[in-house]
Design a protein around this ligand. Structure first.
Ligand code: FAD
Length: 478
């Protein structure tokens, strides 16, 4: 046994005394913790540690810092950019926040909920709804992703057009620092101009600056009615035109506006044939949109009817259905939410989570589609996303006949370079909502300005000088 082995065994023993034997996993099947959701990579942890309180998280971080061992925070492990699993060295501690899952308080008058980082998003939505409130963050992984992960990636989802990203929903944080200290900023204040707002440093930092243990989040009054429509549109330009009309007719009632290319919908038809996807093959794109109304359902329907009449008249909608009840609305949303799952079933693929000013999206897609068709004939383009926020999941699936693994190995680099070059020319972002992780780290170095990268390195160096928190993610730091 080497000296390093002895040190690691000593650390494992210390961790067991801190959180209990049952919550330090070193053997058995650890796939759920060590493999990323997209099955792109598999790491190996020195130990999976599952603390149950903020104090235990702080003690674990302190023990690892003392041993010079780095930690990878993990929530639901649904991240898209390989940021929540350990590397393959077997030297990192995987810090699972899943046991820190209590809803601490709901403050109805302040319209806030204080919740621990490991609480599953859907559990939080349901708890708020039980008290008559809406927690509006919503995404297809909500049954397993956690609030801590949502904050650490500044997740977006389907309601951003009205409520903003997770950042806009957060009024306060509790964080364990890289030194194992606890910063408690759970004030729930809407106004607090007392110097730098630390909360915004930790949000979106993907576990590289601190471990989020709890958050105070905004809730909203539950709307009287939420109506969903599904529309076939003749082009992406028409979808953008429809978005403009929806803003005008629905105003703040517009709470969702998603676009789906026909090929993406075709994958849902293929892999989930039990789902009834309207307008099969009728149009190159469909849109799902939502109207949340605080007056009544009849008012919401009238508004929707006026919008769709205007859109049909202008020719930006070919046909549309409006859900008659909640079950139908859920089924329509389910189609949109099934696209990433259908794509995963179709096989390995290349994801581009990009944002571009909404007005420029049709030109961006036309130009990039043409370039990809020219240079990578047969590659299948799976295009869908949060058009209301200018965020597209512009993904590429291997040609039908190709070996997907070989296609990814040989073509991912050139395809990324092509797509991101056009994104740069359109002044867009190479990661709208998924973050950087390790998958896009090299890309960040090329697409972010040197001034911004320098400032990010300085912040990392100040908060985590020994590079112990999720090293190698977001930034390359020596
Ligand atoms: P993890 O995957 O466990 O972690 C993600 C990152 O956060 C890692 O870097 C990790 O180290 C860090 N982290 C996790 N917890 C903490 C913590 N407590 N403190 C500090 N760092 C932490 N994202 C969107 O934005 N919009 C979408 O619409 C969307 N749809 C999705 C649909 C599907 C089917 C899937 C699988 C994913 C989707 N995502 C989407 C990706 C999204 O990033 C995650 O679903 C979610 O935000 C991550 O939460 P998680 O708990 O799974 O975090």
């Amino acid at each position: 046994m080497t000296a390093t082995d002895t040190l690691r065994d000593t650390l494992r023993a210390t961790l067991r005394t801190l959180v209990g034997d049952a919550h330090v996993l070193t053997e058995g099947d650890l796939t759920a913790y060590e493999q990323d959701w997209r099955k792109r990579e598999r790491g190996r942890a020195l130990a999976v540690v599952r603390p149950g309180t903020t104090e235990e998280v702080a003690a674990v971080v302190k023990a690892c810092a003392a041993a010079g061992v780095s930690l990878v925070p993990q929530g639901g492990n649904t991240g898209m950019v390989v940021g929540s699993i350990p590397d393959a060295s077997g030297t990192q501690v995987l810090l699972s926040l899943q046991r820190l899952n209590r809803i601490r308080t709901i403050d109805a008058a302040n319209l806030t909920v204080t919740v621990e980082a490991g609480c599953v998003l859907q559990t939080l939505q349901e708890a708020c709804e039980k008290e008559g409130f809406l927690f509006p963050l919503s995404l297809a992984a909500e049954g397993s992703c956690t609030i801590g992960g949502n904050l650490a990636t500044n997740a977006g989802g389907t309601q951003v057009v009205r409520y903003g990203n997770t950042r806009e929903l957060c009024l306060g944080l509790e964080v364990v620092t890289a030194q194992g200290e606890v910063w408690s900023g759970l004030t729930g204040l809407r106004k607090d101009n007392t110097g730098y707002d630390l909360r915004h440093l930790f949000i979106g930092s993907e576990g590289t600056l601190g471990v989020i243990t709890a958050a105070t989040l905004r809730m909203y009054p539950m709307p009287a009615s939420q109506l969903t429509a599904f529309a076939a549109v003749p082009s992406l330009d028409a979808a953008v035109e429809l978005l403009g009309l929806a803003h005008k007719h629905l105003n703040a009632g517009l709470t969702g506006f998603e676009v789906m290319g026909d090929f993406a919908l075709g994958l849902v038809r293929k892999h989930f044939p039990q789902q009834n996807v309207p307008f099969g093959g009728m149009s190159p794109y469909c849109v799902v949109l939502e109207n949340s109304d605080h007056e009544s359902e009849s008012h919401a329907r009238e508004q929707f009817e006026r919008l769709l009449e205007a859109a049909l008249e202008q020719g930006c909608v070919l046909d549309a259905v409006v859900a008659e009840n909640i079950a139908q609305a859920r089924a329509l949303w389910h189609i949109r939410e099934s696209i990433p799952l259908a794509q995963a079933q179709e096989g390995l693929n290349i994801k581009h989570d990009i944002s571009i000013a909404v007005s420029r999206i049709p030109a961006f897609v036309a130009e990039t589609d043409a370039l990809l068709e020219q240079h990578f004939p047969g590659a299948r383009l799976v295009n869908y996303g949060h058009l209301g926020d200018g965020n597209l999941h512009y993904n590429v699936q291997a040609p039908d006949s190709a070996d997907a693994e070989a296609f990814l190995r040989d073509q991912e680099g050139p395809i990324n370079a092509l797509v991101y070059e056009v994104v740069d020319r359109y002044n867009g972002s190479i990661s709208a909502e998924h973050g950087i992780g390790s998958l896009k780290r090299e890309k960040l170095a090329h697409h972010k300005s040197p001034v911004a990268l320098g400032a990010m390195r300085a912040i990392k160096g100040a908060l985590d000088p020994h590079n112990l928190l999720n090293p190698g993610r977001v930034l390359a730091v020596d």
